[in-house]
Design a protein around this ligand. Structure first.
Ligand code: FMN
Length: 461
């Protein structure tokens, strides 16, 4: 009998009260209002370790969702991903409270010099013992660009810029310091052998640098790389750089298509599906019985905010949905925001069109995630079936109500998955990359683009 595939599991969240389940912070039983307190997060991270989650993944947004109504006020009033804190600072705080959980966050590469960013990530990889991951994003909010005194760069140009950024961070992480450069020899005395530290340099259209990395090689060197771009250019970028890919799809068919697309893009880069883990966004509402779960769903729906959902969707689409009648269909238009969301909402394979009301109603709890509602058995069976049928490797689980959503999942669903042999019984040892069975030991896989980017340049400096 073939061994059951082990489901990879991440918790998808954000260092903010409002994330994907819009408006749920206002529910009387919700605790996300405590998001500024460290104990909220250490409790959360320990719960995830009890449930053997592979990682906590923190999304991030630079800018305010101010497309809806042309104003920042609805986002502020309804808590749509604002206020939002720096997720990398939180990772440093969680490093000591956890010992196995992967700690990954989104870092927008448009607004920070790669030299500083590379040092921060190396520092975190040291402090977490090699458990850090980076979701590479280029941002979609013009308000973010304006806050830096710029216009938002065009959609595909942002990925070109991203490729240049990656050239620099790979040089710093992979090639500046040789293994064994740090000798810490008290006798000589010699802390670092200067012959084993190399100047790296890069000059591109947007970015230019030369220098040595300031941080000695961390356990993974390059953090585990995540990417979620799904447009043509986004997929190309993901296929070159990502080790974990995020996909969204509300049905098995749409997830299967997303996986097939990713596999094609990987093949174009000379990579194979076993070199990446593809994770789908998932929202679960689980109860002791199916009826109990359905009751919860109805109660949550009543508590969620339709207006906040449209604030979020307008920012994602780059279209002000407040300007159209509630029952009108969303028209395709080419914006510089999230092309995949635009395609998903306007180009259904069966030709059907989605209205603004349907977006408000269908996306309020689970956004673009797959939604599973039921008792533990139903949820576990459905998760296993989705993995088997679509070719994804696992899920990124987003909360509806905190901490209930995750406590219920750990208490009810995790044991069912384990009984079925679809989920680990203990953590594997090693770095995050090793725990996921990716890479060349703790390092990027030998054929990963970043292992060799700029290698010749280093040798010739
Ligand atoms: C699971 C998931 C998480 C994401 N997290 C973030 C995030 O934290 N910050 C962000 O700006 N974009 C995030 N995105 C959006 C992607 O980075 C990207 O902008 C989006 O998929 C559109 O890319 P495309 O225009 O190439 O399709 C996320 C997407 C997915 C599917």
């Amino acid at each position: 009998m073939m061994a059951q595939k082990q489901i990879v599991l991440g918790a998808l969240d954000c260092f903010a009260p409002g994330f994907l389940a819009q408006g749920m912070w206002a529910h009387p039983a919700d605790r996300t209002g405590d998001f500024n307190s460290l104990s909220y997060w250490t409790d959360y991270a320990r719960l995830l370790e009890r449930g053997l989650f592979d990682m906590l993944f923190l999304a991030d947004t630079i800018g305010v969702y101010d497309v809806y109504g042309g104003s920042r006020d609805p986002a502020l009033r309804l808590g749509v991903q604002v206020p939002i804190n720096d997720p990398f600072v939180l990772i440093a705080a969680l490093a000591g409270a956890t010992s196995n959980l992967g700690l990954a966050a989104t870092g927008n590469l448009l607004y920070e010099p790669p030299y500083l960013f590379a040092r921060r990530l190396s520092t975190l990889d040291h402090l977490t013992g090699g458990r850090v991951g980076w979701n590479i994003v280029t941002g979609i909010l013009a308000s973010g660009a304006r806050a830096f005194g710029r216009d938002l760069m065009g959609h595909d140009d942002r990925y070109d810029f991203g490729d240049e950024f990656m050239e620099i961070v790979y040089r710093l992480w992979e090639h500046s310091w040789e293994d064994g450069a740090v000798v810490q020899d008290r006798e000589r005395p010699m802390f670092t052998d200067p012959d084993k530290v190399h100047q790296v340099a890069y000059a591109g259209r947007h970015l230019k640098m030369s220098g040595i990395h300031l941080t000695a090689p961390s356990p993974q060197r390059t953090p585990l790389l995540f990417q979620a771009g799904a447009s043509g250019r986004g997929k190309q970028f993901a296929a070159r750089h990502a080790e974990c890919m995020f996909v969204n799809g509300t049905s098995r068919a749409s997830l299967s298509r997303a996986v097939a697309d990713m596999h094609r893009a990987l093949a174009e880069q000379g990579r194979t599906p076993d070199q990446v883990r593809i994770l789908a966004g998932l929202t679960v509402i689980v109860g002791e019985t199916r009826a109990h779960a359905r009751d919860k769903q109805e109660a949550f729906k009543a508590a969620a905010s339709a207006e906040a959902t449209l604030v979020h969707a307008s920012g994602g689409l780059g279209i002000d949905l407040s300007r159209y009648p509630y029952d009108s269909e969303i028209e395709y238009s080419e914006t510089d925001a999230n092309r995949t969301l635009m395609d998903n909402l306007t180009r259904q394979p069966d030709g059907s069109r989605i209205t603004i009301r349907q977006v408000a109603e269908k996306m309020s709890l689970s956004s673009r995630n797959m939604l599973i509602v039921g008792d533990a058995q139903t949820v576990a069976d459905e998760m296993i079936a989705v993995v088997a049928e679509t070719g994804i490797d696992g899920f990124n689980l987003a909360r509806v109500l905190m901490p209930d959503s995750l406590e219920d999942f750990v208490r009810l669903v995790v044991p069912r998955l384990q009984e079925k042999g679809a989920y680990k019984a203990a953590y594997r040892s090693g770095t995050l990359r090793e725990k996921l069975g990716l890479g060349d030991g703790a390092r990027l896989a030998a054929n990963h683009y970043g292992r060799h980017a700029g290698e010749e340049a280093v040798a010739s400096i």
